[in-house]
Design a protein around this ligand. Structure first.
Ligand code: PLP
Length: 386
């Protein structure tokens, strides 16, 4: 199993904290946004006497309410098309387990969410990366390039939309191109849409579940973690109209018995969250993104692409090895007893040697902290390169 590039530097950060240094965490997608009160209250205000197992696929009521929520987002699915999972992580792992035999292949544009590597290795699935470039904002690579990678072992194309770590939002045309390709070669199109709400600048999110003619091929991965800032609840789901696929996923769900009951209660209640909550959260993220990009642009020889969604961006730095640089910032660098922690981007690639001069920044801190963090990054680069 590969280490998580997001978490592997944690011991160095802990050491820095023990030395009295404040560490700004830009490495992990843990938002500081408050969880909706309605979700927390649902757990506090009940008098459960026996904390029972839940249904393996999630309760009928939760899945019904989720299907209504999707309906409002132009995704028309029924409760039967949804299996509740323990986080989007489990949804991804079960999906790979369900659609691949040992050695089967899944094509993924890279850089991609680092744990796709881990889930694939755990399921003996082979990741076939296809490189997207910072120079065009990590747009979908040419569809001809995808087609060249397809062979008898290819089972799916997996995209993350909007993207972690890129912040890229796939256009309707790009999704349509993928649709034509998966239909031609009878592949699954898996879309990790856990950041669906986090779309900026008036852009629209295009779900794979809204595409016509893809009922047997489209699989959506979802989660409450980011939507309601409920990462610790550990609730997600898999959505597909392909009945055989859903039946297979259910077997995985039955084997792990159920998702955590309290977290399910919180997640069901979270569906009552008013739109005003999301409006405020989106406004906050847009402001943070704009602050981050504005400040990063002040650093010489640094390349970035402006994210259109999610809350991450990839920055290309004037250093040869960001694994070394990120560790150095925690071990050797400080300014006024402060430093930053970032995720080296090499772990978001599966092509060896790729992303060595890139980092992923999560803009999950307030504007003031972001401004200071970029100032620290600038100082660190100057010292490291001198
Ligand atoms: C793209 C993406 N997919 C899936 C996950 C897993 O989310 P969770 O298991 O918390 O639902 C994450 C978490 O950061 C993510 O960024």
């Amino acid at each position: 199993m590969p280490e998580s590039p997001i978490r592997k530097l944690v011991p160095y950060a802990e050491n820095a904290k023990n030395r009295g240094i404040h560490v700004y965490h830009l490495n992990i997608g843990q938002p500081d946004i408050k969880t909706p009160k309605v979700a927390l209250d649902a757990v506090k205000n009940n008098n459960i006497q026996v904390l029972e197992y839940a249904r393996s696929e999630g309760s009928e009521t939760y899945r019904e309410k989720l299907s209504e929520y999707y309906g409002k987002n132009k995704i028309h699915v029924s409760a039967k098309d949804i299996i509740i999972t323990t986080g989007g992580s489990e949804a991804l792992s079960f999906t790979l387990g369900s659609i691949t035999d040992d050695g089967d292949e899944v094509i993924i544009p890279e850089p991609f969410y680092a744990n796709y590597n881990g889930f694939s290795i755990a399921n003996n699935t082979k990741v076939i990366p296809i490189v997207s470039s910072i120079d065009d904002g990590f747009a979908l690579p040419n569809i001809e390039e995808f087609e060249k990678l397809i062979n008898h072992r290819t089972k799916a194309i997996l995209i993350c939309n909007p993207g972690n770590p890129t912040g890229y939002l796939y256009s309707k045309e790009e999704i349509e191109k993928l649709k034509v390709l998966v239909l031609k070669h009878d592949l699954f199109l898996i879309a990790d849409e856990v950041y669906r709400e986090f779309v900026y600048d008036g852009n629209k999110h295009n779900s794979v579940m809204s595409l016509e003619g893809l009922d047997q091929h489209a699989i959506m991965i979802d989660s409450v973690s980011k939507r309601y800032s409920m990462c610790g609840a550990r609730i997600g789901c898999v959505v597909s109209r392909n009945k055989e696929f859903i039946q297979t996923i259910l077997k995985f769900a039955q084997a792990r018995l159920s998702s955590p009951t309290y977290a399910l209660i919180a997640s069901e209640a979270a569906l009552e969250t008013p739109q005003s909550y999301f409006d405020e959260v989106i406004e906050e993220y847009v402001s943070r993104r704009d602050t981050l990009i504005r400040e990063l642009k002040k650093i010489d020889d640094l390349k970035i692409s402006k994210p259109k969604g999610a809350f991450y961006c990839i920055a290309e730095l004037p250093v040869a090895d960001t694994d070394d640089f990120a560790q150095w910032m925690l071990e050797k660098f400080e300014d006024n007893h402060e430093t930053i922690m970032v995720a080296p981007a090499s772990g978001f690639y599966s092509t060896p040697g790729s992303g060595k001069n890139q980092i992923r920044i999560a803009y999950v801190l307030n504007n003031e902290s972001l401004i200071r963090s970029v100032e620290l990054l600038k100082l660190a680069l100057e010292q490291y390169n001198s």
